[in-house]
Design a protein around this ligand. Structure first.
Ligand SMILES: Cc1ncc(COP(=O)(O)O)c(C=O)c1O
Ligand SMILES: N[C@@H](CCCC[NH3+])C(=O)O
Length: 444
């Protein structure tokens, strides 16, 4: 199998034949003809392999402690994706009624689903209780009373965890760091709100306290933060046991495992990280004189991110003269509506000419979208062949996480579909929106 440049960035089934990119054995030119552009293309065997790899990495590292891996559906969720990752032994983490409904529509048993959210509505809590979700992760003090009240109304006991703000600052961008004090998620360890929450939950017969949760941020490439957060949770667990005699049985250490978006980046090595994290947890438990708990994890980006690419068609190509050089502006038929991450986080991506070979020399290029914003950048800096022209296809790797899930209809562009390859004939698992779909919401 021949890979395009930057081999580490492309989904498992990617091949390069006569200069044309293939995914799951199908040339992208054929995918574009059948499904149109832009399209997200999901490599199903790659997705499943990543899910299995993450599950095995945590399970092996923490054995004999029990481990569950939840796929964080916020990264990208559809019923097919929920079924594929569930078939690999992962459960599903949801953060809204929409994600929960999608996981349920996939046929996932409520017990294999978790519900998160810093502002869950009563309806969302009711939906979770109705379907017997395995855990509701409590994010505030008022939510404790609300969940207890809704559980009482239904005559059930709600299994809950408490999301703890550990004070660990990690993550690729300030907007995606979630465990420092000055942000909206969780209950503070240092400020005492976490302990208050835990003691209150233990008083309420409608609530079953499963354990403690920490999610420190996203796109984390340096593993130290995970161990620091785990140590903080283990300490809180020991303190709670000393105060109340209740030793919680599970720690959820969240997601956040970083991936490579450009040839210069290296993804987290989950086997190495899981093994050093397990070692740190064992030592900390020994030091505290407490038994090892069960563990759970919630990777999203690392499962689906590298499993998907976006396929765009090139339109206008413009050379812009700059001091000491020029830059080729290559406009494609999507942009910030299908990938907001460059505009929102300054995220870097990579792109390659995907529909043909070219011997033309590489030139400094910027791939831009078709929206009415100069910040509508798909790939800020990339080298492309000088002869790139209208009608060519460009492929951008690693767009599976927070691409389609954060897509908008800005400028009333219909959102692209998601095409699955490598699982029988290529097919759309989320269909492309049409102009009629846009008008269907317009009530005149
Ligand atoms: C609570 C929680 N769990 C899991 C995730 C998934 O994170 P990632 O996609 O970085 O693995 C997030 C998002 O950052 C989150 O907020
Ligand atoms: N949406 C973010 C990550 C947030 C993760 C959810 N807590 C991203 O694209 O990187």
């Amino acid at each position: 199998m021949t890979h395009p440049h930057a081999p580490g960035l492309w989904p498992q089934s990617t091949d390069l034949i006569d200069g044309a990119l293939h995914l799951g054995g199908t040339p992208v030119t054929a995918l574009a003809d059948t499904f149109g552009t832009p399209s997200y293309v999901l490599d199903v065997p790659g997705l499943r392999a990543r899910a299995a790899h993450y599950r095995a990495a945590f399970t092996d590292a923490f054995a004999p402690a029990e481990v569950q891996v939840y796929y964080a559906g916020k990264a990208f969720l559809s019923t097919a994706v929920a079924r594929w990752v569930h078939a690999e032994g992962l459960r599903i983490d949801t953060a809204s009624a929409g994600e929960l409904t999608t996981a349920l529509a996939a046929g996932i048993d409520g017990r294999d689903i978790g519900l998160h959210g810093n502002n869950k509505s009563r309806d969302e809590i009711d939906l979770a209780l109705e379907h017997g979700v395995g855990r509701i992760v409590i994010d505030s003090l008022p939510e404790i009373e609300l969940v207890a009240q809704r559980a009482a109304a239904r005559g059930v006991r709600a299994p809950v965890m408490v999301r703890v703000t550990t004070g660990v600052h990690a993550g690729g961008h300030d907007f995606i760091a979630t465990a420092h004090e000055d942000q909206k998620f969780g209950l503070s360890l240092a400020g005492g709100a976490a302990m208050t929450a835990l003691e209150r939950i233990l008083e309420l017969p409608e609530l079953e306290l499963l354990g403690l949760h920490s999610h420190i941020g996203s796109q984390i490439l340096d593993a130290d933060g995970f161990a620091a957060a785990a140590a903080a949770l283990l300490g809180l667990r020991a303190d709670l046991a000393a105060r109340t005699g209740h030793m919680v049985t599970e720690l959820d250490l969240g997601g956040g495992y970083g991936i490579a978006y450009t040839p210069e980046e290296t993804a987290v090595d989950v086997v190495a990280v899981a093994s050093s994290l397990a070692h740190a947890c064992r030592s900390e438990c020994e030091r505290l004189g407490t038994p090892m708990p069960a563990f759970s994890f919630e990777p999203g980006r690392a499962i689906v991110g590298p499993s998907m690419i976006t396929l765009y068609k090139v339109g206008t190509v413009k050379s812009v003269q700059l001091d000491g050089g020029s830059r080729l502006y290559v406009s494609v038929d999507g942009g910030m509506s299908d990938n907001i991450r460059p505009a929102l986080y300054g995220a870097a991506y990579h792109a390659e000419l995907a529909s043909r070979a070219s011997d033309a020399p590489g030139v400094a290029a910027r791939v831009v979208g078709k929206h009415c914003e100069s910040g509508d950048i798909v790939v800020r800096d990339v080298e492309l062949p000088a002869d790139v022209r209208a009608g060519d296809l460009l492929a951008v790797p690693a767009t599976g996480a927070y691409g389609r899930s954060m897509a908008s209809q800005y400028n009333l562009l219909p959102r692209p579909g998601v095409v699955a390859v490598g699982d029988g004939a290529p097919r759309e698992i989320v269909r492309r929106e049409t102009l009629q779909d846009l008008l269907a919401l317009d009530l005149g």
